[in-house]
Design a protein around this ligand. Structure first.
Ligand SMILES: [Zn+2]
Length: 98
């Protein structure tokens, strides 16, 4: 379990006591992507990783900065397919001269 610790009195909090899920994760209404799946633009509220909280035990206010990282791993291990970039999208037409 991840803990958030008050910097003054060392009282411990769970992430859920301090962050509201809808603000931490944001709320994206619509995402536009190009043909390769890259995000071009999104509409809505991005993740809000910074939160202020007033300690229940010592009454001091402190700021929490979440550090969230996402890693991906292929489950199929199809390395050849994932990174293939087609050079010629269309087959060329070659005429035979007899
Ligand atoms: Zn405290």
């Amino acid at each position: 379990m991840k803990k958030i610790v008050c910097p003054v009195c060392k009282a411990e909090y769970t992430v859920q006591e301090i962050y509201l899920p809808e603000y931490l994760l944001g709320n994206i209404k619509e995402v536009e992507k190009d043909d390769e799946g890259k995000i071009v633009v999104f509409y809505g509220r991005d993740m809000d990783l910074k939160e202020s909280y007033k300690c229940d035990y010592c009454n001091s206010t402190f700021t929490v900065f979440a550090n969230i990282d996402f890693k991906t791993k292929s489950k199929t291990n199809d390395f050849n397919k994932s990174y293939t970039t087609p050079i010629h999208n269309k087959p060329r037409l070659i005429f035979n001269e007899d």
